[in-house]
Design a protein around this ligand. Structure first.
Ligand SMILES: C[S@@+](CC[C@H](N)C(=O)[O-])C[C@H]1O[C@@H](n2cnc3c(N)ncnc32)[C@H](O)[C@@H]1O
Length: 430
């Protein structure tokens, strides 16, 4: 007999869908793409939220979940079953649901899925055994570094090698839920002005030392006063540093060379009346820049193109300022994208610096004499930051290095809370 479809508001439904998302991520897809692949347009918002929550939480503890399944299942399960088991185990560890409810719903999820129905007894047996023996099983699993830290072993080794004093804090910060940090649109008002608006709406925020307001309790953006009218944007406090360091003034000609989705583009346009070209290789992602600028009532010229091949899009007029927010491993923003650590490979950290140097070298001739270029990544690996800049400076006689934060490590403190970034500011000799 064909099983009834699971109700959208059931935990079994959320477990099934998140198992599918986890299977796609295990197959190399990003979490964002995997979530977009679900036929979720007609689901209630709460169902979408539940799936997202389980998928994100599971990826934050994937090392532990995998080590536990390896102990509990004799041979490696197929990806969908692995997804269901790991998600269920993580939910049991996090005690989000009553244990008997979770086990019952995980078995329901298996029963109702054509590819999992044969495994319903196994799901039942595995989860019940975990509940009986969890102390021993967890102790045993955490003997393995990947299960203890929830990062691949090569990633842990890399962070420990570069940051022998801070590696534990860096890894721990990456496992936390990210804050919701706001950038107040200078054209609308100041941070104290917006704090008042938040208070009037029954919300609260902390003013961060590096700028930005971190909401005490994240809420959907539609609940933020004036969001649709462009009073504020959501942007990490570390990302908010880029536009400030670039030091733009009215009338300047500015290039944002890797612009999408446009967080920093919009910030630059809020700070001064500039003539800005927002370039990105990905035409699809450029639409996000367009949407962001529309909401904020800002204007720029948008163009699809390869920052490393200016001959295809540059009109020959030099820029006073260039932002090169180059593609990178994104190792500094893992608390927002918990899939990144599982998708990256050591080879990426070797090949990305070549791409980054190619873009930097191609953009440098476009900068006017006395002009400034900010090189930025959202990585914590020095191969993508300081090493690229050192090599560039060694060959570029007309480049001067100006003060800038350099490597910003991810922090989650009371009034300093940001992702990991790298910023180097270069000026061209006249
Ligand atoms: C780190 S993201 C930029 C984030 C953006 N600056 C912001 O603050 O919202 C890097 C961007 O570089 C783009 N990109 C990658 N390779 C590129 C290239 N060769 N030329 C131009 N853009 C590129 C990617 O499509 C991606 O949108």
């Amino acid at each position: 007999m064909k099983p009834h479809p699971l109700p959208h508001d059931s935990l079994a439904f959320a477990l099934t869908q998140s198992a599918q998302v986890l299977a796609w991520v295990a197959n190399g897809q990003s979490l964002t793409e995997a979530l977009q692949r679900l036929p979720s347009a007609t689901w209630p918002a709460a169902a979408r939220g539940a799936v997202q929550d389980i998928a994100y939480s599971t990826l934050r503890q994937l090392g532990l979940g995998r080590a536990l399944t390896a102990q509990l299942v004799a041979k490696p399960p197929q990806p969908l079953l692995q997804g269901l088991l790991v998600a269920s185990l993580v939910m049991l560890i996090e005690q989000r649901y009553a244990p008997h409810t979770l086990v019952d719903q995980a078995v329901q999820a298996a029963t109702n899925h054509p590819k999992l129905a044969g495994a319903k007894s196994l799901v039942n047996a595995v989860l019940r055994r975990f509940l009986r023996e969890q102390e021993t099983l967890l102790h045993h699993a955490r003997q393995h570094e990947e299960a203890l830290w929830n990062y691949p072993a090569w990633w842990i080794a890399e962070v420990r090698r570069h940051y022998p004093m801070q590696w534990e804090e860096i890894l721990n910060t990456g496992n936390q839920r990210p804050p919701l940090t706001l950038r107040v649109n200078r054209r609308w008002g100041t941070e104290p002005d917006y704090l008042q608006q938040l208070h009037a709406a029954g919300l609260d925020a902390v003013a961060l030392l590096d700028g930005g307001l971190r909401l005490t309790q994240p809420v959907p953006v539609q609940q933020l006063p004036g969001f649709n009218d462009g009073w504020v944007s959501v942007q990490d406090a570390g990302a908010q540093q880029a536009a400030r360091w670039l030091d733009v003034h009215d009338g300047m000609r500015v290039l944002d060379a890797c612009a999408a989705p446009g967080g920093k583009t919009a910030h630059l346009l809020e700070l001064a009346d500039i003539d800005l070209l927002a370039l990105d290789q990905d035409e699809h992602r450029l639409q996000r820049v367009e949407e962001n600028l529309q909401r904020l009532h800002l204007q720029a010229q948008l163009r699809a193109g390869d920052a490393g091949a200016p001959q295809n899009w540059w009109d020959g007029r030099p820029f006073d300022r260039i932002l090169a927010d180059v593609p990178c491993s994104a190792a500094g923003i893992v608390r927002r994208h918990p899939d990144i650590r599982w998708l990256r490979r050591p080879a990426d950290v070797r090949s990305l610096p070549q791409q980054q140097a190619r873009i930097l070298n191609a953009l440098w001739p476009l900068l006017a004499g006395d002009g400034k270029l900010l090189y930025a990544t959202c990585s914590i690996f020095p191969q993508e930051g300081e090493s690229v800049i050192q090599r560039f400076l060694a060959t570029q006689a007309d480049a001067i290095r100006l003060p800038a934060p350099g490597q910003l490590l991810p922090l989650a403190h009371e009034n300093q809370d940001h992702d990991g970034f790298y910023y180097a500011l270069l000026q061209k000799k006249r």
